[in-house]
Design a protein. Structure first.
Length: 151
């Protein structure tokens, strides 16, 4: 997504491009999974998430799991669109109780979701799975994630 141009500092190229990327990505709302430095992006992956609206916490060949929360309606469940690239797979309600969310002050804590991935994902090809707030059209933290499941 990002093409970084090496900048010069004191006549030498900056080798820690990830630092500049993290600073700029936090200003433009980029999350750690879609921020890359073109090289080792461990620093980008270890960055603090940009928003607390939710997160795609886990993705494996069986399911996508995470949480979504609306601060303006802290006890109401909201919906999340799960996409494979640009193709909508399903809209899921984030209404499962998660004690970690309740303990963190995310309303009543009933904001978790789990989506069972369809069989068509098991084709040996890479898939980019997105979790997006349905109404706000905002990508959740740590989304998208790539996965390749054997056929």
């Amino acid at each position: 997504m990002f093409r970084l141009i090496m900048k010069m500092f004191s006549g030498r190229p900056i080798s820690g491009v990830a630092v500049a990327l993290l600073l700029s990505s936090s200003l433009i709302g980029c999350n750690k999974e879609n921020a890359t430095s073109g090289g080792d992006d461990k620093s980008a992956r270890d960055a603090t998430p940009v928003s607390d609206a939710g997160s795609l916490d886990a993705l494996d060949c069986q399911s996508a799991q995470g949480w979504a929360w609306d601060r303006g309606q802290p006890n109401d469940p909201i919906t999340v669109d799960i996409l494979d690239g640009k193709t909508l797979l399903e809209t899921v309600k984030a209404d499962a109780l998660r004690q970690d969310l309740a303990a963190a002050g995310k309303g009543n804590g009933k904001h978790g979701f789990r989506y069972v991935l369809p069989a068509r994902i098991h084709d040996g090809k890479p898939h980019e799975i997105h979790a997006v707030l349905t109404t706000a059209r905002t990508e959740l933290n740590f989304s998208p994630r790539s996965i390749t499941c054997p056929g």
